[in-house]
Design a protein around this ligand. Structure first.
Ligand code: COA
Length: 257
């Protein structure tokens, strides 16, 4: 466990709280590992019936730690990276996943939601997937699941232009179950998790499996991951990460395509 992820179990609900507010809950390797371990534990722990994700501070999460990306760009990647394990864990989770999302949900902060069963947004939530702006490609099977959910052109605007999706629009196009004032978000999500915890768990797991094309999702995530790793090593990605670190706009025009 890392001090940046709090894990609590009560009344059948495992609550995972991201606690790195000074970095907008950007996910480090240790945080991914803590989340993956928790989701896997939930699947085999009879005292857990539902897993609930939430974040402290003003953002749900700023996504993958960009310093880690910059570091990975120069290193050999192992197949079993923390982000790989996390994506695998949420793809394969058999118990219900519920999210309470406020503020910015960037990158995997949004793509993970495509694997959640109930999603509640605070009215200030913004879903942002700036993969192409970072010279990367979408991950967590989002290149398939997002167009399926909201249609190609809206998904393209999010994934390619990095256009933020505000809470109300996200609700309207099926990315969330509800939008509530921020002060009511945690209660709304917890009440939903508690309602799920009272349902027959075997029936819930089987229904979830029937509702998702696990084989297709796994194959898409694997194809994305291969390209993503290649892209991390490109001059375009180096420029994107350097620009973030130096707080300046990137300049891709000088780079070969
Ligand atoms: N990785 C590492 N550090 C991050 C981060 C990330 N993904 N997102 C934010 N931070 C850090 C900033 O570097 C800053 O650190 P510092 O105080 O030591 O300089 C701190 O968190 C606050 O971020 P800041 O950018 O000042 O906050 P903001 O409110 O102006 O903007 C965001 C918030 C989330 C919109 C903005 O930080 C952002 O765009 N982050 C990058 C998101 C991203 O591209 N993620 C990867 C997706 S694949």
């Amino acid at each position: 466990m890392t001090e940046h992820v709090k894990r609590e179990i009560s009344d059948g609900v495992m609550t995972l709280t991201l606690q790195r507010p000074e970095k907008k809950n950007a996910l480090s390797g240790a945080m991914y590992d803590a989340l993956s371990d928790a989701v896997r534990q939930a699947d085999v722990d009879a005292s857990v019936r539902v897993v609930l994700f939430q974040g402290d501070g003003d953002s749900f999460t700023a996504g993958n730690d960009l310093a880690d990306f910059a570091h990975q760009a120069g290193a050999e990647n192992s197949a079993e990276s923390p982000v790989h394990r996390f994506i695998e864990a949420i793809i394969n989770a058999s118990k219900p996943l519920v999210a309470a999302v406020h503020g910015n949900a960037v990158g995997i902060g949004t793509t993970m939601l495509l694997h959640f069963d109930l999603v509640y947004l605070a009215d200030n939530a913004r879903l942002i997937t700036p993969f192409v702006r970072l010279a990367l490609v979408p991950e967590a099977a989002s290149s398939r699941l997002l167009p399926l959910r909201i249609g190609h052109v809206r998904a393209y605007a999010m994934l390619a232009l990095g256009e933020p999706m505000e809470a109300a629009a996200a609700l309207a196009c099926g990315l969330a179950n509800g939008v509530v004032p921020q002060g009511e978000l945690r209660k709304k999500a917890r009440d939903a998790a508690l309602a799920l915890s009272k349902l027959p768990g075997g029936s819930l797991s089987q229904s979830k499996r029937l509702m998702r094309d696990l084989q297709r999702i796994t194959a898409q995530a694997a194809e994305e991951e291969q390209l993503f790793k290649e892209r991390l090593k490109t001059a375009e990605a180096r420029e994107a990460f350097a620009a973030f670190a130096e707080r300046r706009p990137p300049n891709f025009a000088k780079l070969p395509i």
